[in-house]
Design a protein around this ligand. Structure first.
Ligand SMILES: *Cc1c(COP(=O)(O)O)cnc(C)c1O
Length: 423
């Protein structure tokens, strides 16, 4: 890790927190407002954060927490990274939004950076991850009709069970999670679900009308689920042999999280379409992009797809800085090295642990079925100064910013052990 990363991470080591937060006079009013005025579509841990720096978050009572979620990997670069902040403020003072009705000078540099760093031949910038997914789904259907020769209206897209690709009506229609899709029917037709990690099932599901297979390299929301080695090699071969577009959703796995720029590098394959988002802005601003080979994004003509904010000057400047620091500050290497160490330490924890798994700094600790809810563990960890998110009842997800140090990981594992001992 170089000096700038170390400075951003903070010289202060974990474990120095004093747990004497001061009372927050605004708390009762804020609680009441959130309870009565806010839709209840989230059930957050009861910490009220007001400041972040590097791996650290601070609450309104002045307590400090090690962030082990990184906003679901949107803050890979660490909170409020100074270089990204500088790019944001400099661009915000010059030009923020033109719409794509006019050209601006920030778009071409972003295209070039993305092409150089990911090998993409064409780029389409959007805002949220879900919009990048929707854009890819539209593109592959159009590609199916115009390039592959699928009869109009017959295109099929294959997806995986337990997928997570976002929250739009189109996307939740092919989710298999009852919470994500329940109550929102009717849904768009044209999707087929196969088990994740089962290449034979994919082979059987492909028909002459199949235009694409959409899959996450590691299923994040499902609980950091990994496929067997060799699965993605076979997926790549099947898609090539049957003229099916392989879309990798790298919105969570991408941009260094797994110890490589893109998780596909671990599998030795190249997707036809790659989706990125989240850390593409380092957490400052929603920025996503569809990256593709020449032919898939080549189907769009003027007026056929768009977004008012997609590819705006502010987003481009922020994304370029967010990409640059990943590379310049050695964050991807750090994710690989510290991730391997973290996994080793997680696997050595004593107590009701069923499995530690993951790659790079995209990690999970699954508790034994009878160990009690992981949510309770998250609450106890929060009380000890560590923020973690549970998923699917029994699993803790651990994904600190990519600047995390070995000492901070040691401290985090001590907290996990203490909470497991009491669990
Ligand atoms: C978070 C996520 C999305 C959706 O991104 P939003 O910005 O929340 O719309 C899509 N796919 C994957 C794999 C994700 O983790």
């Amino acid at each position: 890790m170089d000096t700038q990363t170390r400075a951003h991470a903070g010289q202060d080591q974990a474990g120095e927190t004093t747990w004497q937060g001061h009372p927050d006079p605004a708390a009762p009013h804020r609680d009441r407002v959130e309870r009565t005025l806010g839709a209840h579509n989230y059930h957050p841990l009861d910490v009220v954060l007001t400041r972040g720096s590097g791996v650290w978050l601070y609450d309104t009572a002045g307590r400090r927490y090690l962030d082990c979620l990184s906003a679901y990997s949107a803050v890979n670069q660490g909170h409020c990274h100074p270089r990204i902040l500088a790019a944001l403020t400099a661009q915000a003072e010059r030009l923020t939004l033109t719409s794509r009705a006019f050209r601006h000078d920030q778009l071409a540099p972003l295209y070039e950076d993305l092409a150089r760093l990911t090998g993409a031949h064409k780029v389409l910038p959007m805002n949220s991850g879900a919009e990048a997914v929707e854009t890819a789904l539209k593109a592959v259907r159009k590609w199916g009709y115009e390039v592959k020769g699928v009869p109009e209206g017959q295109a099929e897209i294959i997806v995986c069970a337990n997928n997570f690709h976002g929250r739009t009506l189109g996307i939740v229609g092919f989710s298999t999670d009852p919470d994500a899709r329940g109550g929102y029917a009717p849904f768009a037709p044209g999707f087929r679900v196969v088990p994740f990690g089962d290449a034979d099932a994919l082979a059987q599901a492909i028909t002459p009308n199949t235009v694409a297979f959409l899959v996450e390299p590691i299923q994040g929301e499902a609980g950091v689920i990994m496929a067997q080695p060799g699965y993605f090699k076979r997926v790549r071969e099947l898609c090539s042999a049957r003229n099916v577009v392989l879309i990798l959703d790298e919105i969570q796995t991408g941009l260094g999280r797994t110890g490589a720029m893109l998780a596909e590098e671990h599998e030795g394959i190249e997707a036809d379409v790659t989706l990125i988002g989240k850390a593409l802005s380092g957490g400052f601003y929603p920025v996503s992009a569809v990256l593709s080979n020449e032919s898939v994004l080549g189907v769009f003509q003027p007026g056929q797809h768009g977004s008012t904010f997609g590819g705006n000057p502010l987003a481009c400047a922020v994304a370029r800085a967010a990409l640059a620091v990943l590379h310049d500050e050695g964050m991807i290497d750090n994710a690989r090295v510290q991730g391997a160490y973290f996994l080793e330490r997680l696997a050595a924890l004593r107590g009701p642990v069923r499995e530690a798994r993951g790659r790079g700094l995209m990690l999970a600790l699954e508790l034994e079925a009878d160990a009690g809810p992981a949510r309770l563990m998250c609450e106890r960890l929060a009380a000890r100064g560590m923020l973690v998110k549970d998923t699917h009842g029994q699993t803790l997800r651990l994904s600190p910013p990519l600047i995390v140090t070995r000492e901070q990981i040691d401290w985090a594992c001590d907290q996990l052990q203490a909470v497991l001992d009491a669990h």
